[in-house]
Structures are given as C-alpha cells and as structure tokens.
Write a protein that binds this ligand. Structure first.
Ligand SMILES: Cc1ncc(COP(=O)(O)O)c(C=O)c1O
Ligand SMILES: N[C@@H](CCOP(=O)(O)O)C(=O)O
Length: 467
C-alpha cells in the first residue's frame, strides 16, 4: 500500500517510510492512496478473534509488505499482552443500547496506549533494521505524552521530547510524564496552550535541515501509524455487537480528531457504522463544524476535560481532503485560509457530505460533572470527564441514530487520572492502580520553555543523547 499527502506535493511513501517520516514534507498528513476494503464474509470470519488476533488482521492491511508478517505479529502480541484487562478493550453496558468501550487498561490508563505501545516497538524495529537513531518529538494535552514516554523510555536508538502546556494538564497526567527519569526522556513545559505546542512540533518538522540532522519522528496522531492502530477497536466493538449484520454507532470524545477519524476509516473500509458522534467540551470548533459548518477558531478555554482543550484539530485535514474530493491543492488552500483568517472555507455540499456519517455536540463543564454523577448513580460506573463528555453528547444526539442501534461511547481515560473532577461529581477520589500508588511522591524533572520553535530546536540539539 502507498501513502499520499493531503497537500498533494510530497512523495508517495510506503508504511515503513510514513512511520518514520511522521509529517509529510509539504506540511500535509499522510493517508492511504485508497481505503482497503473488508468484505462482510471476512468480518464474519474475524468474529471471535481475540484483540491481538484482530489487530494483526487489520494492521496487515495498512502495513503491506514493509514489515515481515512474523515480526508484525510478534510486536502486536507483545503490545496487547501488557494490557491490564484480558479483553484488552472490554465493552460495558450502561443502558438500553448504550455501551462504553473501556480503552484505559494500558500502562498509562488512556486510549493512547493502544497505538503508542505498538509504535514504540515499530520504531525500534525500523531503526534497528536501518541502523539509525531518531528523535521523537510530540505535543501533548496530557495523555499522548505519558503514553509515548512509557512506550519509548530507555530505548537505545531514541530520544523523546514531549511538550506539554504549562499548568494545563491534571497533576496525575503531568507526573506520569515528569517522574520518568530515563536519560532518553526530555519533558518540556511550554508557556502556552496545546495548540501552541502542536504548532511548534509542526514548525520543527518544517525545518528540513533540522529534521534530517536529528532524524525527527512524530508520535502524535499526525503519524499515520497512530491512526491505523486505533482503527482496530472500532472493528472489535462492532463485531462483538453483531456487525457486519447489524449497524453500530459510536460517540467519541474529541480534541485532535484522531480517534473519531479512525472510526471514519473503519466505516470507509466497510464496517457498518450508523453514525459517528463527535463529542467536544466547550472548545467546540469541531462540534460547530458538524452542526452548522462553522469551523472558526476561538481561544482555548481550560475545562475539566483538559486533554480535549484543543481548537486546531490536526486530523481534520485528513477528512477535509476527502470532502474536497482528494484534491491536495484545494485542501492546502483551505488550510492556508484558516491559518490566515481563522475561518475555514467549506461549501454546503462538503458540509452535507460530512453530515451523512457524522453528528456532533458539545458538553460544558457543568454537564460533564453532572454526567459523571448521573452515570454513577444509575450504574455504579465511574467515568472520567472525557468519557462523560462522550456519554452526555451521545444522549443528546440519540435521536439521530436509528432505533435499536447500539451506541458505543469510547471511554478514553481512567477516572483516576482526573481525581479532582471525579471528586467534584461523586465526592470520592478514584484510586490509582497499586503500581502507581506513590506517583505523587516521586521526584519530577522537566524544563520550561517559551513557545518559540527556534528555542525548541536549540534545546533538542543540546539535550539529545543520540548526537
Ligand atoms: C482522554 C482523552 N479523550 C479524548 C481525547 C481526544 O482524542 P482525539 O484528540 O484523538 O480527538 C484525548 C486526546 O486527544 C484524550 O486524551
Ligand atoms: N489529547 C491529546 C492531544 C494530542 O493528540 P494526538 O492524538 O494527536 O497525540 C493528548 O493527550 O496529548
């Protein structure tokens, strides 16, 4: 399989090259030249596979021949053997046709582990084979950072630089990153928002000389491999609930549009998805787009669901590329206009096309806390605030889903990552797993930098171990 850029001016690459390149050299994002199709008979044959077995089938379609099947299978087995629940991504029923898929049983307690645990292994494999070293650079609003650090800590060929917005993550999230003292891990607090940090990452990739000098690689969902690994759990949930002989809808707490975009890919591959419900907090640019076509930036506001405090959603560009008939020039022009004016030009036809599969809504902080309390009272389940946004919006938008169709809300983080929000809702602080019990006492290490890419690149050059 070959990959092309959303901006139409970067070379076509295979999976192994896309994995290491991350962002396309024309500033765009890579995606497959065409979607692999999965026929209903194949899906029926996949029913009953365990999570790793299903991941092998799905990932093979994206990886092609760039990794030997035995190597890929071994990496996938190792990845999901490290999860804390035998089902890896268990489904729990909250009510009639209302489910949550728990994606927080990985090592850092958020859905990011599904892809990043695999990516750490894929990077090692690729760098070993080419006898190269690399620098991983990522931005995080709280969860990607710790998942990337956990996946790449102590790997001989990698240095990991993670930017988080100073004071805008939960304390547990920050400590999950800054208490990892491995010599190849470099945490940086940025004076700014997640969007500023993400812009700095993209600008560093735009500096070709720097990029080639250090062997820069991305761990954010701008890297196609992240998205590919997240497609698997849509198949996993839908097959368990009757696909391909029954449609399933998903509600997805959304910030950078990576997770819900993986659902769009599953649907594009043939999975019968009735609706993808995009659920945002008060930082609602994506909800506004799908509701009334308004994709215009507003300042980022801090909320109880800090990982979704994002107003520039990277992966939206991948959807836009499809909405614009896979026209790279038109996509690049629209993104340029958005960057210059803060407003994305889209036609009524493009919005109507998006609405065929997507619906959306937003839940503010009060609603988030109320939903945690309500679901706890109804079922005894404790939701994290991001998942609560998903449940609230799924309930608001239920009438847009055909009657009798199950709605699966992606439970994207463990409630113990956000004890203050949970305590506000139910008067109780959820406990961290025993292996993290001393997290709040561990020493921290991080640097603080201004949101300036030249300061960042100098910092990387002087701190990387693999110089
Ligand atoms: C806990 C949690 N939920 C939801 C999201 C939103 O996912 P995405 O950015 O892929 O839309 C994030 C971060 O991105 C997250 O960390
Ligand atoms: N919420 C994310 C933001 C980055 O998203 P990504 O999926 O592109 O890595 C986080 O927790 O860092």
């Amino acid at each position: 399989m070959q990959y092309i850029s959303t901006r139409g001016r970067a070379p076509r690459l295979d999976f192994g090259q896309v994995l290491l390149d991350g962002l396309a050299r024309d500033g765009g994002l890579y995606l497959p030249e065409s979607w692999p199709r999965v026929e209903p008979a194949t899906m029926r044959a996949w029913r009953g596979l365990d999570y790793a077995g299903l991941a092998k089938q799905v990932m093979r379609l994206f990886v092609g021949t760039t990794i030997a099947p035995a190597d890929l299978d071994r990496m996938i087995d190792d990845t999901y053997a490290g999860f804390g629940h035998k089902a890896v991504a268990p489904l729990k029923q909250l009510g009639a046709n209302e489910w949550v898929m728990e994606l927080f049983h990985g090592p850092t307690l958020a859905f990011k582990d599904f892809a990043l645990q695999l990516l750490g292994r894929l990077f090692d494999h690729a760098l070993d084979r080419s006898d190269r070293r690399g620098v991983i650079l990522g931005a995080t609003s709280g969860d990607t950072g710790s998942a990337a650090i956990e996946a790449c800590r102590d790997r001989a060929r990698l240095d990991v630089f993670i930017l988080h917005p100073l004071g805008r993550t939960s304390e547990v999230q920050r400590r999950q990153m800054t208490t990892v003292l491995s010599p190849n891990v470099h945490n940086i607090a940025i004076r700014g928002t997640f969007d500023d940090a993400q812009d700095m990452v993209k600008a560093a990739f735009g500096d070709e000389a720097f990029r080639d000098q250090v062997g820069l690689t991305a761990i954010n969902s701008i890297n196609w491999a992240r998205i590919a690994a997240q497609v698997v759990y849509y198949f996993h949930a839908a097959l368990a609930l009757g696909a391909p002989d029954r449609e399933v809808a998903f509600a997805v707490p959304t910030g950078n549009f990576g997770d819900v975009y993986a659902g769009y890919i599953a649907a594009s591959m043939g999975l019968p998805v009735a609706k993808l419900i995009v659920a945002t907090n008060e930082n609602d640019i994506l909800a506004r787009f799908f509701r009334n076509g308004d994709y215009s930036s507003a300042g980022v506001r801090p909320t109880w669901s800090p990982s979704m405090d994002i107003q520039v959603a990277s992966n939206f560009e991948r959807l836009l590329f499809d909405l614009k008939g896979r026209d790279g020039e038109a996509t690049a022009a629209a993104i340029r206009t958005f960057r210059e004016t803060g407003h994305l030009p889209v036609s009524d036809a493009e919005i109507a096309k998006a609405r065929l599969l997507f619906d959306a809504g937003a839940a503010d902080d009060a609603r988030t806390i109320d939903t945690i309390a309500r679901v706890f009272a109804e079922t005894g389940e404790i939701l994290d605030p991001h998942t609560a946004v998903g449940v609230a919006v799924a309930r608001d938008r239920r009438e847009g889903v055909p009657a009798g169709t199950p709605v699966v809300v992606l439970a994207t983080a463990h409630p113990a990552k956000f004890p203050d929000a949970v305590e506000k809702a139910i008067g109780r602080r959820p406990a961290l797993p025993a292996r993290m019990a001393d997290l709040m006492e561990r020493p921290e290490r991080y640097d603080t930098l201004e949101a300036d890419v030249s300061i960042l690149t100098s910092h990387i050059l002087s701190h990387r171990r693999n110089a």
